[in-house]
Design a protein around this ligand. Structure first.
Ligand SMILES: [Ca+2]
Ligand SMILES: [Ca+2]
Ligand SMILES: [Ca+2]
Ligand SMILES: [Ca+2]
Length: 364
């Protein structure tokens, strides 16, 4: 027994304090599980030979440098080889257990501090505990567990949509998991592809709901919070946000959409069909763009008709198209069949905006 005690003391003296690395002295996990079933939780051996006191170590902690993501104290990280640390009896061997299986042994320094790096952990929850040992089969009580949550899966945008029916306009992106809840406009780029202009980020707003993992993007700096006519692309930069564990997006989150004033039925052209819709809701509190409320005041009236006329027969081709082919506003080169259709609808008047508006005014 004395020889063993001396051997243990020699081992302790040989340890480089402050300790700088793990010592694997018990690689057989199965054997340890057997031992853990009969822990002595005592501070000495049954034969009465004194030994260093073994006490229950503190709960191990995930080092801040390994605790990635939103917070460095939530034990959620994307690091599969994280550094952990804790406090134990000074100059004592400390066994580290992963889900109750010993995976490495370290030594505490003269201040009782120990630290080590765990290698090759898997995604999911890992319970990390520690216990002191004298190296002779005597163990302290096992510490409280560090419940480590490892996530190496990058977040991704699953779907997106553009909401135009009401003001303010809204772009909604749905994500596979929670991303940085403080995501702001500077992470976003909003470009009108038709006009080849990019909005200053100060004109945008962004709010993320961690309940449903949805990012709502608004245009708070634009008049009526409504985008201008054109084909649009809104991009959330992949490096600008992370999930809880610190993983960035797989790729930029991109949504493309278009907006054309007066195009109530969203077929990329403003014509008699849109006028029909407007007329059918004239003087009604219907309150949506698709009903002809083009100024978003909740009511369909002549003001909306006047707005429609400013885009009469405009077309917005879908991208990609050469920049030299922007939408044609107020074109007068409508096709004969279109003119005939409109004439039928409005009673044999020429398909010119003022005349149409004049008709609408009579209706209104
Ligand atoms: Ca974290
Ligand atoms: Ca993830
Ligand atoms: Ca239309
Ligand atoms: Ca209106």
């Amino acid at each position: 027994m004395i020889e063993s005690l001396e051997a243990r003391q020699m081992l302790a003296r040989a340890l480089p304090f402050p300790f700088v690395g793990p010592i694997k002295i018990r690689p057989q996990a199965a054997a340890h599980q057997t031992q853990t079933q009969t822990p002595t939780h005592s501070a000495g051996h049954s034969d009465g030979v004194s030994s260093i006191a073994l006490t229950q170590p503190t709960k191990p902690d995930l080092a801040d440098v390994s605790d990635h993501g939103f917070f460095n104290n939530d034990d959620i990280t994307n690091e599969t080889s994280p550094m952990i640390s804790g406090t134990a009896t000074p100059t004592t061997l400390v066994e580290v257990l992963l889900n109750d299986v010993v995976i490495t042994t370290v030594a505490s320094d003269f201040n009782g501090l120990w630290t080590t790096t765990l290698n090759g952990l898997n995604d999911g929850l890992s319970a990390i505990t520690v216990r002191e040992t004298d190296g002779l089969g005597t163990y302290s009580a096992t510490s409280e567990p560090l419940n480590l949550s490892i996530d190496t899966v990058q977040p991704a945008m699953l779907s997106s949509a553009f909401f135009w029916q009401n003001s303010p306009h809204l772009v909604r992106m749905n994500f596979s998991e929670t991303i940085t809840p403080t995501v702001g406009p500077t992470s976003l780029t909003a470009t009108n592809l038709t006009q080849d202009t990019t909005l200053d980020s100060s004109l945008l707003s962004a709010s993320f709901s961690t309940l449903v993992n949805v990012l709502n993007i608004g245009f708070s700096g634009l008049a009526n919070q409504v985008v201008s006519d054109g084909n649009w692309r809104v991009t959330l930069g992949k490096e600008t946000v992370t999930d809880r564990a610190g993983n960035t997006l797989q790729e930029d989150a991109v949504t493309e959409f278009f907006f054309l004033t007066g195009d109530a039925n969203r077929d990329r052209r403003v014509d008699g069909a849109d006028l029909d819709i407007l007329v059918s809701h004239m003087n009604q509190f219907v309150g949506s763009f698709g009903d002809g409320d083009f100024n978003y005041d909740g009511f369909v009236d002549l003001r909306d008709a006047e707005i429609l006329m400013t885009r009469w027969l405009a077309q917005l081709p879908p991208p990609p198209l050469p920049k030299a082919a922007p939408m044609s506003l107020a074109s007068t080169s409508d096709r004969p069949e279109q003119r005939q259709s409109l004439a039928t609808k409005l009673g044999n008047i020429n398909a010119t905006a003022p005349r149409v508006l004049s008709k609408v005014k009579r209706i209104g």
